[in-house]
Design a protein around this ligand. Sequence first.
Ligand SMILES: [Fe+2]
Length: 133
Amino acid sequence: MGFDQYHEPPEELPPSTRTFARMCASLTEEAEAIGWYEQRLAVEQDADARAIMSDAQGEEFKHFAMDLEYLLRRTPKWREIARGVLFQDGDIVEHGEAAEAAAGEGDADTPAFGAAQSPDGSLGIGSLKGASL
Ligand SMILES: [Fe+2]
């Protein structure tokens, strides 16, 4: 098991920040797997093997999307910027610049993750129970 997702001593990080780091690492791993399957599919000639790899890549798309949604639900500024960029027609860079400007600087003293937590400490979102990761 790797612990290299931490760049600060883990014991000094609050649980929510460790969760954030784990989910960012998971998001990265899913994106890497998508890229690996894309490369395998580009060179594989066997139709049955290609079908299996394509199915597996679809699983990774799902995993990536679930990881991203988890992070966006708990990171309002990230969600706001993503909302301005994702699923928009037109120039991606222009949308990104506009979304970043609209999101403003935010509160630099507060970690972005978990800002949407309820006072009771719950994250106030639906369960991901039963979802395969
Ligand atoms: Fe996966």
